[in-house]
Design a protein around this ligand. Structure first.
Ligand SMILES: CC(C)(COP(=O)(O)OP(=O)(O)OC[C@H]1O[C@@H](n2cnc3c(N)ncnc32)[C@H](O)[C@@H]1OP(=O)(O)O)[C@@H](O)C(=O)NCCC(=O)NCCS
Length: 231
């Protein structure tokens, strides 16, 4: 006997036929193509962009790639060093290999469920930054992703952040269910301000004195969003 929805001959009144069969076949093909495309573009370890950029007289070979399970050790080193040197990141506690493994596994799970983008940046094979779009937990906000980006100070100001953010947003548009992307930055963070503005984020609020830095100075936080798919 044929299983319901199988491709055997249509027996009785419940199997799809005519336009209904055409629709269900088309949906099946669309789903299959999406899974195939994802396997090509967002599988763990996959390189999504490669280019060279000039810094002083030197040419740097830059790679953006999707993380893979064994990356936690390199990630924890990079994340802790960015937290030590970045002035306006707002996070300075150190991660451990254990906490980073947990974070990495959660993000890889987001990727599998079309609910996230996560990219690492390598320069000459060394991990120097990352970008992420993570889901919100609230049931009513599943269409919103939260954007974050960081680079080691040595590699800032030469266009890598702009290219990384563009790639991250375009993957979010193609590969996730998100329609809105939210982000925020400290009002003093000029590079972050310019980056978000250039990418078309719109400001929706300011939270005065919401960030207290290590030296006790208070800074405002600017909240921005971008629509990546029509609502
Ligand atoms: C914010 C960050 C991702 C930007 O990436 P980046 O590679 O440094 O930025 P880019 O070189 O692509 O430049 C982005 C914009 O900032 C401007 N910019 C670069 N360096 C700057 C500086 N020192 N002061 C002011 N603007 C600067 C660029 O001119 C460009 O704007 P424009 O195209 O309108 O001229 C990166 O600097 C970073 O990781 N900083 C530390 C961590 C951090 O602050 N993360 C963001 C938290 S929200």
């Amino acid at each position: 006997m044929d299983k319901p929805g199988g491709f055997g001959p249509s027996v009785g009144g419940s199997s799809p036929s005519g336009p209904e069969l055409f629709r269900s076949t088309r949906n099946f093909v669309a789903r299959f193509q999406k899974v195939r495309k994802k396997a090509n573009e967002m599988k763990p370890g996959q390189i999504v962009d490669e280019f060279t950029v000039k810094k002083g007289g030197e040419k740097l070979r830059v790679v953006f790639r999707v993380p893979k399970a064994g990356d936690a050790r390199a990630m924890v080193k990079m994340v802790n060093s960015v937290r030590d040197e970045a002035q306006y990141l707002g996070m300075w506690h150190h991660e451990t290999v254990k906490s980073e493994r947990k974070y990495l596994s959660a993000r890889l799970q987001d990727l599998r469920k079309d609910r996230g983008v996560f990219l690492l940046v390598e320069v000459h094979g060394q991990l120097v930054g990352n970008s992420v779009i993570r889901p919100l937990e609230r049931d009513s906000s599943k269409h919103i992703g939260t954007f974050g980006i960081m680079l080691k100070e040595e590699f800032t100001g030469i266009g890598i952040g702009t290219r990384l953010a563009r790639k991250t947003l375009s993957l979010a548009k193609k590969e996730t269910r998100f329609k809105l992307i939210q982000s925020n930055f400290v009002s003093k963070n000029k590079r972050s301000y310019r980056l978000h503005k250039k990418l078309g984020f719109k400001r929706y609020g300011k939270f005065p004195n919401s960030n207290r830095s290590k030296d006790g100075t208070y800074y405002d936080k600017i909240y921005v969003f971008k629509e990546i798919k029509k609502i």
